[in-house]
Design a protein around this ligand. Structure first.
Ligand SMILES: Cc1ncc(C[n+]2csc(CCOP(=O)(O)OP(=O)(O)O)c2C)c(N)n1
Ligand code: SF4
Ligand SMILES: [Mg+2]
Length: 396
């Protein structure tokens, strides 16, 4: 059976999520922290005193294997939260099941280690009910894309105000190494002794296909890039989806060896708004559109001229170019990939619109009794009938 546990900022004992902000937090406004109030975090109280990374470190023993990429994601995330300036008790980390999903135990914040694949659904409820909380979802490739695929795409489609971080190690780590929906075709695992025949998902293409309004990718070992992408994701209002390439040294070691080695710069395409999309450490090649096939391809900058190289714009409303960029990641053993922010567009968030409707529906019905009456009237509606014993239908 899966574990369901709520952790509190002071430890791991079970305790309900608090009803409202405590005295250590104030509504968004001047605070000790210099962090500006961003759209994504509007309504989340700020910390009264500046917080540090160690404030978000829990007293729980971290139980990941030595060398696991999850450590650097945890440490970077713990460093990003104080930069956001929000009160510690207003941060909530919700996970599913997997090695990566042990994350909430290690955060000195509220959290829930929930049900396999269901973290986006639980987080949706929290985000709707509590606009004063910054809600983060920690999930793995198996948790998010196998059993949880349905929940993930609908959270993104609805643009719920959540930050979803997918730890992609291309394997089921916790259950000891079965292939996952992101495993390279041909990967030999305990459940695919002759090599997996599955066609893998490209998680960013899934997110963009679902209409996700913020889509980014980072690498566990690239602290600077990870920090920048997580910070931008947290500040975005609506669903932010960040895929983190994470090494599992025990069951899928080296899945990202080409993009992490000494010549990693040759294999990475760092996306930056307003900048040409260049390949290789020396930037001698760039991304262009092939005039014949219409597909994105690469060409020598010297030959085509820098003005013909695609210029990145994550704020484009139309996601199709971001989708094409996500496909520049080769499948299988990854040797070339763009990283950074692929898409960052503004669109009303579902939870904001639902709360707005609730306020309007309540109208002048301010007392609980009034609201009960209004609800009853709504439930009775206009379309109801009484069927008499002799079969006559009378409209009420
Ligand atoms: C309903 C249910 N089905 C299956 C499992 C077994 N299970 C636990 S974790 C997991 C996969 C986790 O993989 P991933 O999300 O990639 O996390 P990782 O361990 O790699 O971080 C599975 C299949 C479960 N706990 N519950
Ligand atoms: S099995 Fe892999 S993913 Fe899980 S803790 Fe160990 S190294 Fe990390
Ligand atoms: Mg995994």
């Amino acid at each position: 059976m899966n574990t369901h546990q709520i952790t509190t900022p002071t430890g791991s004992t079970t305790s309900p999520v608090p009803e409202g902000p405590t005295t250590t937090a104030v509504p968004a406004g001047p605070a000790a922290s210099a962090a500006p109030v961003s759209e994504g975090l509007a309504g989340v109280p700020l910390a009264l005193t500046a917080l540090k990374r160690r404030d978000f470190v829990s007293d729980q023993e971290v139980r990941w294997c030595p060398g696991c990429g999850d450590y650097s994601i945890l440490s970077t995330f713990q460093a990003v939260l104080p930069e956001l300036g929000i009160a510690r008790e207003n941060a909530v980390v919700i996970s599913g099941i997997g090695c990566s999903s042990r994350f909430p135990y290690y955060m000195n914040a509220y959290g829930m280690h929930s049900i396999h694949g269901r973290a986006p659904a639980i987080a949706t409820g929290v985000a709707i009910a509590r606009p004063d909380l910054a809600v983060f979802v920690m999930t793995g490739d198996g948790d998010a894309l196998s059993i949880g695929g349905n929940h993930l795409i609908h959270a993104m489609r609805r643009n719920i105000n959540l930050t979803i971080i997918l730890f992609n190690n291309e394997i089921y780590g916790l259950t000891k190494g079965q292939y996952s929906p992101t495993s390279a075709q041909g990967l030999v695992t305990k459940s695919s002794p002759m090599g997996s025949v599955d066609y893998p998902f490209n998680p960013l293409s899934v997110a963009l296909g679902a209409g996700c309004t913020f889509v980014g990718r980072a690498i566990d070992s690239d602290r600077k890039g990870l920090d920048a992408t997580l910070r931008a994701a947290a500040k975005h209002r609506g669903t932010s989806f960040v895929e983190v390439f994470q090494n599992c040294p025990i069951f899928n070691d080296g899945a990202y060896r080409d993009i992490k080695g000494p010549d990693a710069a040759d294999h990475l395409v760092r996306l930056a708004d307003g900048e040409p999309v260049l390949l290789g450490a020396d930037g001698s090649r760039g991304v262009v559109r092939d005039p014949v096939s219409g597909a994105l391809t690469s060409a020598s900058v010297e030959e085509v001229g820098i003005d013909h190289i695609l210029v990145h714009d994550s704020h484009r409303e139309d996601p199709s170019l971001a989708f094409e960029l996500s496909h520049l990641t080769d499948s299988g053993q990854i040797t070339q990939t763009p990283i950074g922010i692929f898409r960052d567009v503004v669109k009303p968030a579902y939870d904001d619109m639902v709360r707005d409707q609730l306020t309007r529906a309540a109208g002048d019905h301010t007392s609980p009794e009034d609201r009960d009456d209004a609800l009853q009237t709504l439930l009775n509606g206009v379309d109801n009938w009484t069927v008499t014993e002799d079969g006559q239908v009378i409209e009420n």
